[in-house]
Design a protein around this ligand. Structure first.
Ligand SMILES: Nc1ncnc2c1ncn2[C@@H]1O[C@H](COP(=O)(O)OP(=O)(O)OP(=O)(O)O)[C@@H](O)[C@H]1O
Ligand SMILES: [Mg+2]
Length: 306
């Protein structure tokens, strides 16, 4: 889960905040679009989550980690829980498709045997089997973005964050990438995507959060649509002390097991309504869960906490 509580960010020399008391709760397995005009603060919000930037005020918790208590040495650990995909792919140009994905595992200390097992499966998951030996320069934009997604998914993160993943793609490839993200979501991964693609947002009918001048001006829980000025959207104060409970759009499928990439996408099942919790309660629960995990011997700790 992702929780932001009154998060504000001032970049140096800026008088107005890039993020202004943003509060937000994203439950495990949700699929969320983050939209807003250029400069609204979308990338800044994402950088808060990946710890590329630190907030000036406010609280952030992601996947059981309270950022206030996170040490520098824990940042790589955080990056294993969160997969990140960018508009410009950020692939290594002199490495093949296979090597690009393998590298993401190498740097976190995954064994060679495990890498050999995982990479073909994750490439299959994103529809890129057969391109292993190609270099990024030999791929289409859509294929490059699939490699970037494969690279992020190889570590089996519980959360995948994509900052304008379709920004450099034509409509057909954009749609393919968004459908791939939806499929990954159906396996149980939480997805947060920023986009300027009105059509895609309106077609997918997911939760849509709208930022304007660093503030959340809209949070449409279901069947959200693209409305940058918030003229037609009703603000739903769902994040902190707010009313609506988390509403994961995804079915209760297992996490994206790269070991079973061909697993069919399970149909959406109605979820039992969860008990409504305020932000404070959520934080308290997370703290308790973390304390319990910390108390266990390292070998017995859960690999991931949503
Ligand atoms: N590194 C930085 N230093 C100073 N100001 C920054 C920096 N990054 C972003 N900003 C400012 O913060 C505000 C929010 O920028 P941000 O990049 O988060 O917007 P965005 O919603 O992602 O826009 P876009 O849709 O164009 O990507 C803008 O006013 C921008 O100029
Ligand atoms: Mg941006």
């Amino acid at each position: 889960m992702i929780l932001l509580e009154k998060v504000s960010k001032y970049y140096p020399h800026d008088k107005v905040p890039a993020l202004d008391e943003v509060s937000l709760h994203i439950a495990p397995k949700e699929f969320v679009f983050l939209v807003g005009k250029s400069g609204a603060g979308k990338s800044t919000l994402i950088k808060m989550l990946t710890r590329e930037e630190k907030p000036d005020y406010g609280k952030i918790m992601v996947g059981g980690i309270d950022y206030d208590f996170m040490k520098k040495r824990q940042i790589p650990h955080l990056r294993r829980r969160i997969g990140v995909v960018f508009q410009d792919f950020k692939l290594l140009p002199n490495r093949t498709v296979y090597e690009n994905v393998a590298f993401a595992l190498e740097i976190v200390g995954v064994s060679n045997a495990e890498i050999k097992r995982t990479v073909p499966k994750v490439l299959d998951l994103v529809g890129l089997s057969g391109t292993e030996k190609k270099f990024p320069g030999e791929l289409s934009g859509g294929q490059r973005q699939r490699v970037a997604i494969a690279r992020s998914m190889a570590r089996q993160p519980k959360i995948l964050i994509a900052d304008e993943p379709t920004g450099n793609l034509d409509p057909e490839n954009s749609w393919g990438i968004i459908k791939l993200l939806e499929e990954i979501n159906n396996f149980g991964t939480t997805i947060l995507v920023t986009t300027h693609d009105e059509k895609v947002v309106n077609l997918l009918k997911k939760r849509v959060i709208t930022l304007q001048d660093g503030k959340i001006i809209g949070d449409q829980k279901d069947s959200g649509h693209y409305d940058l000025d918030g003229t037609n959207i009703k603000i739903q104060k769902r994040s902190l002390g707010g009313t609506p409970a988390p509403a994961p759009a995804a079915p209760a499928a297992p996490a994206p097991e790269v070991a079973q990439p061909q697993a069919p996408v399970a149909p959406a099942e109605p979820k039992p309504e969860k008990k409504k919790t305020s932000g404070e309660e959520v934080i308290e629960k997370m703290r308790k869960a973390k304390a319990e995990e910390d108390a266990k011997p390292v070998a017995k700790r859960r690999k991931f906490i949503h």
